[in-house]
Write a protein that binds this ligand. Structure first.
Ligand code: NSS
Length: 425
């Protein structure tokens, strides 16, 4: 005899027999799937059977019975119930009972949408992706640290800053932990963190959130090449680990269809320079000049036909943030690279080597419209034991969006913050 509990996802009645698709809980293995539960009048107490008839979608039940093999049931087994032990009634009608809903309505009731097996799977794969990334860094000797979210200096420019009132002083929600990680390497050598990052992005695209989860790493004595290597190896590792899990493999296959690209992922990833990227785009008839940043469209075109993630290296210094290290042979270019996901997805990481000349940093901070005084601590670390160092940031949602081949980033996070919505949930 087994006891099983969970929420009713679907119910079908055939006179003396009731079939329930249960979103069972209490065991990790139950999540992301449904278990067919069969109530038969002849097996049960009459009152209990009547009660089951009343229960609608999202009512919770605790039942006991026996698992019986049935090839037609999802997972090949179903529970034949002997007893309804207890229940919690859900109000009717359930707002999501209908089959078709607009994306906006689904966001209005996001607190309910997130329960479905489809979302359960996304949350579980997301959890595992983060676990495996973390695992790679820990095995490789990096230390996890906890940088602040309330900050007083911009990292990625003024245009996307969320400004807040910090007891009468101007503060910001963190755009990136990078500047703090650069400080922490002088304590621990190789560090990483997973934090929310905030961007007051006006761009209403399929790949921009205003709050996203940022996996960032920074290491002393790492040069440009070294940090590219850490990025490709850690991502390839995390994806391989995901695919080693049979359940995740099946789910990912259901989401994305073709598995070849993920199956074949292998470091090192191919690289093209920014100059080459511009040439490719120009040959394809795209109107872009050297010096312009690559936008979503350009990245889509470049990555559409790729069958592996790849790097675009040596961007123009002008399009990157103040901290990038200029390329010695030509200061107009810098040691900054973006990792592109294939299949049209585009940028999922940005990283590179950091500038260590204080005077250059001060000039660049001024050019971004900020007061170098506020960066006193950041500039200070260039004075005391400064060493070459590099780092990067990976957007968890962007990466997951590509792995699952989703068509909108909102699907990767339970409560998406999107520029176009005044979010109330
Ligand atoms: O702005 S980044 O390109 N780079 C940084 O913030 C560096 N300071 C990171 C570092 O070197 N420590 O953002 C890094 C990644 C980017 O490649 C995306 O994957 C993701 O963060 N990102 C976003 N994801 C979702 N929504 C938005 N708006 C977003 N912006 C960046």
């Amino acid at each position: 005899m087994v006891t099983l509990s969970g929420w009713i996802y679907k119910k079908r009645e055939f006179g003396k027999k009731i079939f329930v698709d249960l979103r069972a809980m209490g065991n990790r293995e139950y999540l992301g799937r449904i278990i067919q539960v069969v109530f038969e009048a002849s097996r049960m107490d009459t009152e209990e059977f009547k009660t089951v008839k009343k229960l609608g979608q999202e009512s919770f039940i605790v039942v006991s019975g026996e698992f019986v093999e049935n090839v037609r049931a999802p997972g090949g087994v179903e529970l034949h119930v002997d007893k309804l032990i207890s229940y919690y009634l859900a109000e009717k009608p359930y707002p999501l009972a209908k089959k078709k809903h607009s994306p906006d309505f689904l966001l209005d009731v996001r607190h309910l949408t997130i329960r479905s097996p489809r979302y359960q799977r996304i949350w579980l794969i997301r959890e595992a992706l983060v676990d495996y990334l973390r695992e790679w860094y820990k095995k490789d000797g990096w230390i996890e640290v906890y940088p602040p979210i309330l900050t007083f200096t911009a990292c990625e420019g003024g245009a996307t800053l969320f400004v807040l009132d910090y007891f009468g002083q101007e503060g910001y929600l963190s755009q990136s932990a990078q500047l703090y990680l650069e400080v922490m390497i002088y304590s621990l050598g190789k560090v990483f963190s997973l934090t929310p990052s905030f961007r007051a992005e006006k761009s209403r695209t399929r790949r921009h959130l205003t709050e996203y989860w940022h996996f960032e790493a920074e290491a002393a004595m790492y040069r440009f090449e070294d940090i590219l290597k850490a990025q490709e190896e850690s991502l390839a590792y995390a994806i391989r680990k995901l695919l080693e899990n049979d359940r995740f493999y099946e789910w990912i296959k259901e989401f994305r269809g073709d598995m070849d690209i993920l199956n074949n992922i292998k470091a090192p990833f191919p690289r093209i320079t920014y100059d080459e990227a511009i040439q490719i785009l120009q040959t394809k008839g795209i109107n872009i000049e050297w010096g312009e940043d690559l936008g979503a469209d350009e990245e889509r075109i470049l990555s559409e036909e790729m069958e592996t993630p790849f790097f675009i290296t040596l961007y123009p210094t002008e399009v990157k943030a103040f901290y990038v290290k200029a390329y010695e042979e030509d200061e107009k270019r810098c040691y900054s690279a973006d990792m592109m996901a294939p299949e049209g997805y585009g940028e999922i990481t940005t990283g590179g080597e950091r500038e260590d000349r204080i005077d250059v940093l001060i000039e660049r901070i001024k050019r971004e419209g900020f007061d170098p005084q506020n960066y006193f601590w950041y500039l200070d670390i260039r004075k005391y034991g400064s060493v070459p160092h590099s780092g990067f940031g990976l957007g968890i949602e962007r990466t997951l969006m590509w792995i699952l081949k989703l068509d909108h980033i909102r699907e990767t996070i339970p409560f998406p913050r999107l520029a176009r919505r005044k979010t109330l949930i």
